[in-house]
Each structure stands twice: as C-alpha cells, then as structure tokens.
Ligand binder design. Structure first.
Ligand code: BG6
Length: 312
C-alpha cells in the first residue's frame, strides 16, 4: 500500500478480518509496516508489531479462543472493575462483550492526523447488561497507530443519562519480553503500592527499579505519567505514557501460578510482564452527561536511547 503522509487515508489503512475465534478483528497498518490488531471481542488488542514484523505484545501459546472469555495476552480492557473486589466478574464485563465499530468516528485532532490510522470501537449496555450493572454509559475506545509505530489507546466513558456511577479501569497490557529476569521497570521508585499477594496491604517501593524474582501482583499508586519497561535481553524499552489514569498495576504470575493456569504454558511467565495503566484506588465518578478520558501510549525504542530522557 503506497501513501504519502500528506494524503494518508486512515480508512485505506484499516482492514477487517476474521479472528481465529470467528470474531472480527480490525487491522491498522502504517507506512513503515507496523501494525495493530483489535478484536471486537472485548475491544482487546491482540497484536502490535513494529516495522520489522516483531511482535511487541505477549500472547500465550496455550491461548484459548473461547468467547466470551478473553484471550490470555495482548491488551485487555478492564471496565468497570479491576480485580475481583466488587460484585461483577473479575476485571469487569467489558472484556467479555462484543463491541461494535463506529463507522463515523469523530475526526482526529489535526495535530494527530498526519499518517495516523485509527478505529473507534463502542460498547453500550444491552437490556441484559443493565440487570447486572444498571447504568447508562457509552465506552468508546480509539485505537490509533502513528506514522512512527506508536500505539495510542484512548478510552472515553460517558454517563449518557442516568444516575451518577463509579468505575475502575485498566489497560491490562501483556508485554512480550526476552526473559523476566532481564526486565526492569523504571519510574515507580519510592511509590506506595497495594500488594494483592498480601490482602492489598500498602507498602512503599524500596528498589531503584522494579525487578522480578518471584510472583508480583501489585497496584502502584499515583504513578508519574511515564514509566519505562527495559528489556536487557531484547535491548529494547517500552515507554508507557498515560493520562487520566493515576495508577499502574504490575503482574507476573511466576512458576506455580502459571502451572495452575490452563491457558498459560508452565514456563511462559518468563516471556511476559503485565504493566497496566489503570485507575484502581480512586474510582472515577461520573454524573449524568459527564465524560472521562483515559489514555495510554506505548512507544517501543531501542535501549541505546537513554531511558532518563523519556522519564524526565
Ligand atoms: C492481574 C491480577 O491484573 O490479572 C491478577 O492482579 C490476575 O491477580 C491477573 O491473576 C489475570 O487475571 P485473569 O482474570 O485475566 O486471569
């Protein structure tokens, strides 16, 4: 597909294909050969590849494509709950629903439009859904791939008419790594975190970076807008920038939990780390007519770039 940046047509850069679970996926491509796939099942991002065709997101080799359950991997949209702390299913229902494509999405901001391909997916409650979560909302997920391969996800939740409601939100993001022992996460030093492995007790991070030697399941609170996931094995860094989302959840199931999970290989915990831009500790509250926006951007760079430059 040949396009010059000036005449880049986002519709031409978008294709709808059947996923292996039989559900439609939208594929976005840019001129460098990067691509992103998003499934209508859960609005889940199932792939993000750089211009060399390298996959940047982890998907389990034992993935089960059995809707309504989400696939183990990619980026999972967790709404209106994160974890299993409320009355709803773990991580909320959005990931278990079929979303629709908005054929007439609002235009991109002019400064974002050059070379950017994007699609908007929508989730609105059915009558059946209203029985378990009785709130009138619209959730719009914009998936955008920039000319230089950045993946940008913007979610807008609107209280369309009803009573005020509160929700939690997370982009549950499985990053593909060389080996978990080679990974460090920078940008969350001295932050407080809630430890899911110790009844959500609150601790303060002591290390100069987060590294992994056993199972980790934490929510870091009020984190800065940028964190960096350095992979010394692959010599690459994933810079994660977020807005409207205070927290960052970090998860690696390690050996015993991986063995117990039917859709994860026993040793695959080594090739993944979840780093999730999230709003968990303080739920978002919307009155009738109000709208919230939560955005995350993933930037894949060679590790020779100094991470300090991204974090400053
Ligand atoms: C993490 C949670 O975010 O997601 C973990 O903190 C959980 O406790 C993991 O095990 C995976 O959840 P699920 O429901 O997709 O298996």
């Amino acid at each position: 597909m040949q396009h010059s940046a000036a005449v880049w047509d986002h519709k031409a850069a978008m294709e709808v294909i059947k996923g292996s679970n039989g559900i439609d996926q939208v594929v976005l491509r840019n001129q460098q050969g990067s691509s992103v796939r998003v499934s209508l099942q859960g609005g889940q991002i199932t792939s993000w590849q750089n211009g060399r065709g390298e996959e940047l997101l982890f998907t389990s080799s034992k993935v089960k494509f059995k809707p309504p359950k989400p696939a183990r991997g990619g980026i999972v949209i967790c709404f209106p709950q994160f974890g299993n702390c409320g009355s709803l299913e773990q991580h909320g229902f959005a990931r278990n629903k079929i979303w629709s494509i908005d054929e007439n999405p609002p235009p991109l901001h002019p400064k974002d439009s050059l070379g950017q391909s994007f699609v908007d997916l929508l989730l609105q409650p059915s009558k059946e859904d209203l029985k378990c979560w009785p709130h009138s909302y619209e959730l719009r997920l914009r998936v955008a791939l920039s000319a230089d391969g950045k993946l940008n996800l913007t979610s807008r939740v609107k209280n369309t008419i009803g009573k005020p409601f509160s929700f939690a939100f997370a982009y549950h993001s499985y990053l593909s790594v060389s080996d978990i022992s080679e990974v460090r996460i920078e940008g969350m030093e001295i932050l407080d975190y809630l430890d899911n492995l110790r009844q959500k007790e609150r601790f303060t991070e002591q290390g100069d970076a987060i590294t992994f030697e056993s199972e980790v399941d934490r929510v870091y609170l009020k984190s800065p807008s940028t964190v960096a996931v350095l992979d010394h094995g692959k010599k690459r860094t994933c810079v994660i920038r977020k807005a409207g989302l205070d927290d960052v959840a970090v998860w690696n199931p390690w050996e015993n939990k991986s063995k117990a999970m039917a859709d994860l290989g026993a040793r695959e915990y080594k090739q993944m780390v979840c780093v999730d831009a999230a709003a968990v500790e303080k739920p978002i509250r919307l009155k009738a007519g109000e709208e919230w926006t939560g955005q995350v951007e993933f930037i894949n760079v060679a590790s020779c770039f100094c991470s300090d430059a991204w974090l400053s």
